[in-house]
Design a protein around this ligand. Sequence first.
Ligand code: MN3
Length: 255
Amino acid sequence: MQKRTFLKTSLWLAAGAAFSPLFSSCDPAKKANGNKAPVIPPPKLRRTKPFELPPLPYASDALEPYIDKQTMEIHHGKHHGGYVNNLNEAVVGTVYAEYELEDILMRITPADADKKIRNNAGGHWNHTFFWQIMKPGGALLPEGQFASALVNTFGSFDQFKAKFTDAAKSVFGSGWAWLCVGKDKSLFITTTPNQDNPLMLQIVPKTGTPIFGWDVLEHAYYLKYQNRRPDYIGAFFNVVNWEEVANRYNRAMFG
Ligand code: MN3
């Protein structure tokens, strides 16, 4: 081990050992919110590698005709790739430098100084999630316990779809619509502006674990649908990976 690396590691371990919970000494949440700081779970192991753009889990033309190849290539390569590069730059020298992505989201604050990390960490998480909850030729209807939970919460799958579509249409400017599992294990629909995300405990009014979501930023659909956001939203339902959404539901519910 090089001396510098050793020193850094030792300092990190010392900081962890000296304070409880681990890392609380440099936790920006407390500074931002004083006593109102939400309970933030301890971080995972520290991150040693830069963030990387994950490959698309299918070919860029696989979601045609609903989402076209060019949109997917630009959206994944340029937009998502840009969030990853900007995030790697932005965390250098900050308290977030060695946190994993979700640990950053939980700790990020509304302070101006955090803005670049907030936008790009959110952008990286949101898009990684987004590629995974789509699939060419996916089932058109959810099944199993997740399907029952949708019916219990919203009345029927169609009513869920209508409510979710309304929420997505209502996003002013750019943002995301989400279906989440709350702390009380209930399902709820929410929206966030820009690249904010329901895992941002210090930012969003209602936090939860996202299991389904839509990118309603124009770059997600503009090439094909131009200003017709409702058409894009309608088409999107043809490429949802409901199995993945149900897996995420089960993990959020039953751990
Ligand atoms: Mn996008």
